[in-house]
Design a protein around this ligand. Sequence first.
Ligand code: CAO
Length: 262
Amino acid sequence: DASNIVPDPTSVKAVEIPVVKAQAKVEVLLEDRVVPVSGFTKAMVKSMTEAMKIPHFGYSEEYDVTKLVEARDLLKKIAQERGVKFSYMPIIIKATSLGLTHLPILNSSLDSKCEHVIYKANHNIGVAMDTPNGLVVPVIKNVQSKTILDIARELNSLQEKGVKGQLGLAEISGGTFTLSNIGIIGGTYTKPVILPPQVAIGALGKIQVLPRFDSESNIRKAHILTISFSADHRVIDGVTMARFSNYLKNYLENPTTLLLDL
Ligand code: CAO
């Protein structure tokens, strides 16, 4: 009997087909197009050309941030109740500032004649930001005297302004050290370029869940953050960069140790 095989069309429910949203409008060029270099791109041309005069060296490491991931999940909920979006960045920014307290040479500038190193009193940490207008590096000033929640609030506000194209000159200048969280898009290790007149920069990869050994040689699930630093080898040596990374590693692998230095 065909009625057993062919379903009655009135009884068939519409099946929802998941639609993959396009990330951006795809435009097919029918002919070459010339676009003037302007805005943030113009600033990037200037600063990156200047940066190429700096002898960069790279230093990379992996941090096991399993405990940080747990702590962030808890703090995210508390911050949410206070109206603040809370990612890993505010903790990483604060830990960076604490690391700079141990090694202030990384928060310095070399003068244009290479005669003086200027140690900066304030930790003004720039955060590379992907905005609709391109790459911009707004700065969180005086991180050394701010709480992690203050930093989160400020990052929220800078992100909002970045999206709306409302970042002012004061908000994008005066940085003394830069962090770039490229991991939000993907990737592990990178080779970040220093933003002159700064002497170092750190770039974060994507936090991945990977197998690692514990102290008893058992395999366990770990959250791994890869980090890549570039530093100006005229004034920063490899040992200094490695020591700084070890401070940061210790703070981020054992976030309770932050309590001692806050
Ligand atoms: N690994 C895994 N997860 C990450 C992550 C990483 N490295 N970075 C962010 N996330 C998570 C956040 O924790 C958050 O998760 P929840 O939804 O669970 O809270 C989510 O991704 C979204 O994070 P966010 O948008 O709030 O971003 P953030 O505060 O971590 O970073 C900013 C802010 C401005 C640094 C980032 O949005 C950005 O623009 N990065 C691009 C930087 C860039 O362009 N670098 C290149 C410079 S050189 O060309």
